[in-house]
Ligand binder design. Sequence first.
Ligand code: AKG
Ligand code: FE2
Length: 341
Amino acid sequence: MAAAIKQEPRDRAWSEICDLGLQSHVADLDAHSFCVIPPEIANPNGLADRMLEALLDIAEKRNGERPDLETGATHANQPNMHFGAKNDRFGRDELKDQTPAVAPNIPEASDSPFGDRMHSIFFEDEVFADALMNPPLLAIVTYLLGYSAVLSNMGCWMKGPNKSNFPLHTDAGGMPSPLPTMSYTAQCTYLLTDFDREKGATAIVPGSHKWCRNPVGIERDLSHHENAIPIEGKAGSLVVWPGNAWHAAYNRTAPGLRVSVTVYFCRPFMRPLEDFIGRVPQEMIDKYGPRLPMVLQQGCVPGYASQGDRISDTARAERVIDAFEADVGVGGLRDKDDQFH
Ligand SMILES: O=C(O)CCC(=O)C(=O)O
Ligand SMILES: [Fe+2]
């Protein structure tokens, strides 16, 4: 009797794309460096509104003040600061004298192009697990990075009216140019408020993911880049670009807040920004199934500090990968010939 033939992972990934009606979005991604998946597909069960509500609560808890969605006054014209400098508006209650959630400064910016960057949100509300496991998001990430893709980090950008653009860059994970031709990282952005030029949309340079290099010098200046365009979409849309794409953000001239959640993925041998290993509750795995621990890094072996860690981490990773492979009927996520290193 012939042995059962396992489905190739790429065939399965493509069936998922087709089942979800994402073919034209994949074509956009390949041709134009990004795609905008509309709310009808990307926003099941009011996902975006639930995330927005959770983030307003988190911001209020961390900052001691509820963000003003309508006017944006709570977030307008923030000072441009170095990582580690204390912004007395963000993270002031939770973090006291520690580093608040600001991002590194841009020397030429007159104010912060980042707003309030809220990190480590995943375990604050279960809506973020729903966002992570949302089928169209995982299907596109799998198309770009394979079934072994892991979450590098999930965070929120909450910005008010400001003057400075955020410069062009790639999300290639700090890799120096030349960048690999295939994707090693993927950035997925849930729009929780509408995005357009006046509302401070993300900017992208269509076709730039094929250039396989990071922008340098004046190339990083959005106001001088004639090919950059705003990514427009309604709240509830999901925007995806591969790590190589040149992107930035326009300043916001309209009143109000611009809120997004970025879900950033990398290949499993890269060092993720956020550490989930050993932090995923069993009830969450039981609820979402065996892809969740894969995506949350439990199939990875981190740097070890002892004989015991080396053995137990590898055993955990193999268990997680085996359970996932058995569940979805794909194989080859770990090179079985490379188990002796
Ligand atoms: O603020 C933005 O829209 C840009 C965000 C960004 O660079 C990213 O999510 O990687
Ligand atoms: Fe980026």
